[in-house]
Design a protein around this ligand. Structure first.
Ligand code: NAD
Length: 481
C-alpha cells in the first residue's frame, strides 16, 4: 500500500502527531493508500517554510526564471501523465479517459500558460497632477493557501497553484481528504524540477481541522478555495479575523436551456454530457434542464433512451465513460436526493438507483433523469453533485430566463438554439459566470471561470486570475528640482 508524508520545505515529513488517514478507491471500496494527517503544528512548519522562501531564493528569482520553473512543472506533469492520471482515477472513481486525456493534460497546460505570464505582469506609470513620477509595482500577495475539493483534484489545484507561483507567491496546498494522491504527486514533480524549498508545500488532512487551522492562521495572506457554498461561507467568516484575501469558487445549479428551434440531437448530446461528465460531480454541471414545452416529450424520450444506454464501468478501463461516485457519503447524498425527487412527485424516466459493475462493490449510481420537475422541488433547487438531471419545462423565452435565474447560484448556464439573436439575448440575461451557446462544459486556461451570486467571487484561469495573486503598490517620486 502507498504511504505518503507531508511535503514541507522540500522534505517529506510524517505528521507531528504521527497520525494518518486512509484513502479509498471508490470503485472497489478498498483502502489504497495511507497519508499523513496534518494539524496545526505541521501547518506552522509549512507557513514558516513558505514565508522564508518568499524572503529567500524564491523572492530573489527573476520573473523570467520563475516562469521557466512554472512551465517546467507543467512539462513534467505531462511526462508523468499516465501515472498521475491513474492516481486521479484510483482515488476519485472518474473514468481514466477523463483523467488521462482531459484533466491531467489541462492541469499541465495551466502551468504552461501561467509560466508564460510570469514576466508579463507589469505595473504602470501614471500621469498624476504635480511634478511627480508615479508608478505601480505588482507584488505577490505572500503565502497563499489553496484548498481544493475532490471532484477535479489536480486540475482545480493547478488553477490556483500555477497563477500563485507565476506571480511570485508561495503556496500551501491542501487537497480534499478523499483525494490527496495527485496533490502529493505535484509535490514530487516540484522536487524533480528543482522548485526551491518552501515554495510549494502539500499538507494532507481533514477539512474541519486542518482547513479550519488554515483559515485562522495569521501567517497566511490569502486563501483560494473551491468547494461547497456553505464551507465557503464559513471560510469567509473565519478569514475576517485576520482579514485574509479570499477567492471562492463554490457550488452551482446550472440551467441548460433548450429552445424549440435547437439542433435537437446536438442538444441531447450536450445535455447528457453536461450532467454525466465526471458523474455529475462537476460544479458547473447542467443539472437543471429547461426544455420548451412544444418539444418536451420528444426531447425527454430521446434523452432518457441515451441515459439508459450509459452504463457504469470500471474507471480504469479506457472505454468507460461513466465511473463511480467519489465516496460512500456522496453516493448516499445522491441517493437521498433521488428519493426526494420520487417523493415530491417528479417522474423518473431513467436510472434512479445504485448499481455495480459485476463486482458487487463500488459507489456507482445510475445516470438518472427526472421529468415533470417543478421549480420548487428540492431536486430543482439544491446542488445534488451527482448524475441526476432535473428537467423543467417552459413556455417561452422569458419564462426560460426567469426559471434559469431562479436560484441562489450563478456558476454557469447553457443555451441551445439556432437563432443567433435569441442566443445572445439569453446570454446577456443569464446571471452566470459562464454561458455556453450550443455547447456545454468547455473550458480553456485562457478563459475566465467563476461565479455570480452564491457561486462565489473571483475568477480563475485567464489573465483575470493574476489580479488575485498580486497586490498593487503605488510609488511616488518627487521630481521637483
Ligand atoms: P467541501 O467544501 O466539503 O470541501 C472542499 C475543501 O475544503 C476540501 O479540501 C475540504 O477538506 C475543505 N474543507 C472542508 N471544511 C472546511 C473548513 N471548515 N475550513 C476549511 N476547509 C474546509 O466541498 P467538496 O464536497 O469537496 O466539493 C464539492 C463542492 O465543490 C460542490 O459544492 C461543488 O459545486 C464545488 N465546486 C466548485 C467549483 C467551482 O469552480 N466553482 C469546482 C468544483 C467544485
Amino acid at each position: 500500500m502507498m504511504q505518503h508524508n507531508l511535503l514541507i520545505n522540500n522534505e517529506w515529513r510524517a505528521a507531528a502527531s504521527s497520525k494518518t488517514m486512509d484513502v479509498v478507491n471508490p470503485a472497489t471500496e478498498e483502502v489504497i493508500a495511507r497519508v499523513a494527517l496534518a494539524d496545526r503544528v505541521d501547518l506552522d512548519g509549512a507557513v514558516k517554510a513558505a514565508r522564508a522562501a518568499l524572503d529567500g531564493p524564491w523572492g530573489q528569482l527573476s520573473a523570467r526564471e520563475r516562469g521557466r520553473l512554472v512551465r517546467k512543472l507543467g512539462e513534467r506533469l505531462l511526462e508523468r501523465v499516465d501515472e498521475i492520471a491513474r492516481l486521479e482515477t484510483l482515488h476519485n472513481g472518474k473514468p481514466i479517459m477523463e483523467s488521462r486525456n482531459i484533466e491531467i493534460p489541462a492541469a499541465a497546460e495551466c502551468f504552461e500558460y501561467y509560466g508564460g505570464w510570469s514576466d508579463k505582469v507589469m505595473g504602470e506609470t501614471i500621469p498624476v497632477k504635480g511634478n511627480y513620477l508615479t508608478y505601480t509595482l505588482r507584488e505577490p500577495v505572500g503565502v497563499v493557501a489553496a484548498i481544493v475539493p475532490w471532484n477535479f483534484p489536480l486540475l482545480l489545484a493547478s488553477w490556483k497553484v500555477a497563477p500563485a507561483l507565476a506571480c511570485g507567491n508561495t503556496v500551501i496546498l491542501k487537497p480534499a481528504s478523499q483525494t490527496p494522491l495527485t496533490a502529493l504527486a505535484l509535490g514530487e514533480v516540484a522536487l524533480e524540477i528543482g522548485l526551491p524549498p518552501g515554495v510549494l508545500n502539500v499538507l494532507t488532512g481533514s477539512g474541519s481541522q486542518l482547513g479550519q487551522s488554515i483559515v485562522e492562521h495569521p501567517g497566511i495572506d490569502k486563501i483560494a478555495f473551491t468547494g461547497d457554498t456553505s464551507t465557503g461561507k464559513g471560510i469567509m467568516r473565519g478569514a475576517a479575523d485576520t482579514l485574509k484575501k479570499i477567492t471562492l469558487e463554490l457550488g452551482g445549479k446550472s440551467p441548460n436551456i433548450v429552445l424549440a428551434d435547437a439542433d435537437i440531437d446536438a442538444a441531447i448530446r450536450g445535455a447528457t454530457m453536461g450532467i454525466f461528465y465526471g458523474k455529475g460531480e462537476v460544479c458547473a454541471a447542467g443539472s437543471r434542464l429547461l426544455v420548451e414545452t412544444s418539444i418536451k416529450d420528444e426531447f425527454i424520450d430521446k434523452l432518457a433512451a441515451r441515459a439508459k444506454k450509459m452504463t457504469a464501468g470500471d474507471p480504469m478501463d479506457p472505454k468507460t465513460r461513466f465511473g463511480a461516485l467519489s465516496s460512500r457519503k456522496q453516493m448516499d447524498t445522491v441517493l437521498r436526493y433521488i428519493e426526494s425527487g420520487k417523493q415530491e412527485g417528479a417522474t423518473l424516466v431513467a436510472g434512479g438507483a445504485r448499481t455495480d459493475i459485476g463486482t458487487g462493490k463500488g459507489y456507482f449510481v445510475q445516470p438518472t433523469v427526472f421529468a415533470d420537475v417543478r421549480p420548487d422541488m428540492t431536486i430543482a433547487r439544491e446542488e445534488i453533485f451527482g448524475p441526476v438531471l432535473a428537467a423543467i419545462e417552459f413556455a417561452d423565452i422569458d419564462e426560460a430566463i426567469t426559471r434559469a435565474n431562479d436560484t441562489q447560484y450563478g456558476l454557469a448556464a447553457g443555451i441551445w438554439t439556432r437563432d443567433i439573436k435569441k442566443a445572445h439575448y439569453v446570454a446577456r440575461k443569464l446571471q452566470a459566470g459562464t454561458v455556453w451557446i450550443n455547447t456545454y462544459n468547455v473550458y480553456d486556461t485562457a478563459a475566465p471561470f467563476g461565479g455570480y451570486k452564491q457561486s462565489g467571487f473571483g475568477r480563475e484561469m485567464s489573465a483575470h486570475a493574476l489580479e488575485h495573486y498580486t497586490q498593487i503598490k503605488s510609488v511616488w517620486v518627487d521630481m521637483n528640482f
